[in-house]
Write a protein that binds this ligand. Structure first.
Ligand code: BTN
Length: 241
């Protein structure tokens, strides 16, 4: 694993995309500051200052593993939970890949993007932002959501380099097994930490809101929503509201 360290960049995902051709499998792009961080659904990922984490992992798996790649964000999300747990907190997963504290406060985000060239996958970029050292007033200004930061949850500053190393070690320790087994490798651990299961929820899917009972997470990591007319909706993307 090779780590590229940048003082400032618009977005580590943009940097990884731009240089994908020259970046080897398992390269990590880590920036101290991000001026135009991007989130899912065209949202912004706000830079809450130095000592917060912004990084992207470049992966170039063999094409035979393409079926498990949609689940890579869920894999990364579970790894984040495990690292947070080492700091004494109990994070929960809001399907598909938000890590929440008390089911309400978002502490990290993952944006995965693929780069396709000539019809072939050139690489997969897993971009991760973690609020590690932020002040309450900045966190409260984040638009669209209630957020938090690890230092605020444990009441002490967090060593950013140590957190990043712990994450990367855990991520790559089981990465090959994940490629081989896909979501099944993590299904039990993922479900154990899931919030919003077994309750009525609303999910924004593109421009529509789907409502129903969150019945289960499938073997492929999809959310199964039972609608009022007893039909099962199988969701692969969406944002639980
Ligand atoms: C989300 O929750 O919507 C995903 C947020 C992902 C943010 C990270 S920060 C590092 C990487 N670079 C980006 O521009 N975005 C991701």
């Amino acid at each position: 694993m090779n780590v590229i360290r940048l003082d400032e960049v618009d977005s580590t995902n943009n940097y990884a995309k731009l240089h994908i051709h020259d970046l080897a499998d398992k390269t990590v792009v880590h920036a101290l500051r991000q001026t135009n961080g991007r989130g899912r659904f065209n949202r912004k990922w706000v830079d809450l200052g130095a000592e917060n984490l912004f990084f992207s992992i470049v992966l170039k798996p063999d094409s035979c593993y393409s079926s498990v790649l949609p689940n890579i964000t869920q894999y990364a999300c579970l790894v984040l939970c495990k690292i947070f747990e080492n700091y004494g907190i109990e994070p929960k997963i809001k399907w598909p890949n938000d890590v929440m504290i008390d089911g309400k406060r978002k502490i990290s985000g993952i944006l995965s993007e693929t780069v396709i060239n000539g019809g072939q996958l050139e690489g997969l970029i897993v971009g991760i932002g973690v609020n590690l050292n932020s002040c309450r007033k900045d966190v409260d200004l984040i638009p669209d959501r209630v957020a938090t930061s690890l230092n605020l949850e444990v009441d002490k500053p967090i060593n950013m380099e140590a957190f990043l190393n712990e994450f990367l070690n855990e991520f790559f320790a089981n990465y090959n097994s994940f490629l081989g087994k896909g979501f099944n490798l993590i299904k039990n651990d993922y479900i154990k930490r899931s919030c919003f299961l077994n309750q009525d929820i609303n999910v924004q899917v593109l421009n529509e809101i789907k409502s129903g009972y969150a019945k289960e997470i499938s073997d492929d990591g999809e959310l199964i929503l039972e609608t009022e007319d007893n039909k099962d909706l199988v969701l692969t993307i969406g944002d639980i509201l």
